[in-house]
Ligand binder design. Sequence first.
Ligand code: SF4
Length: 313
Amino acid sequence: METSDRYIDKDAVIKRITDLKKERDAVIVAHMYQNPDVQDIADTVGDSYALSKYCASRPESTIVFCGVHFMAESAKILSPDKTVLLPERYAGCPMADMITAEDLREFKNEHPGYAAAIYINSSAAVKAEADVIVTSSNAVKIVSRMSEKNIIFGPDKNLGAYVARQCPDKNILLWNGFCPTHHKIKKEDVLNIRSQHPDALLLVHPECTPDVTELADYVGSTKGIIDFATQSDRSEFIIGTEIGVMHRLEVENRNKGKRFYLMSPSLTCPNMKRTLLESVLRSLENNEYNIEVPHDTAERAKKALDRMMELGN
Ligand code: SF4
């Protein structure tokens, strides 16, 4: 476990979290982009949809979701009767905020006959306007299996461009959103780190720009990247996704002699890093911040998620 000097008495904080978790009948889940300290105290670590499904399968009545706002909303949609807490009120996702429900309604009205495939990194209100939801691991499969040829894809134009390259028979209109963390990586960053580690495989997330994904040996979700590196018989990897994944890679590949190089030090999502151990403790102490999704919105968003499940099976 990594140590941190941010906490006055880290062990005491962890002990109090463990005690309160029992008292509150809570489960703690953490996204792979969370701080290592937070990942280490979570009951499970994963990507957003896997965590939401995990929460729905658990008996606890309270979910502490260490991630960003749209993820906690997804957990609430799948577990409407449970209390879902987001430890940091302002842990949002700038990409999710690049499209509103009204934006999507207008865009659909301007393009009649198009079906909306919406990335799970979106608000519950936007999901409610979608025809189907996709994740970064299943987007290509879902879009290729959709009966509609004309598709609106949003909010991430980079993931959308990657899907369009893999699904040439579809006519895909991209919303102009992007993840500020992945989008800022330039082709020059990749060429630079590749020249330093010529034997390393380049694994990147599809939220990176087409200039970057075109250079990659593997393009996939955070879980896909971790599984690929863990199962590979190669020993060096350049990682093109958020820095939190480096901790998971180290944990899952302990003593295997593998080396991981972050593609750029700027691959840090400030919103994911808002949550600290103290945030989790405060969340359990004060029951904050309670995430609610209006019933009608949750029902419509759930339909789009259910269609993802049907097409993904
Ligand atoms: S890494 Fe990007 S997509 Fe993920 S929460 Fe941060 S801003 Fe949003």
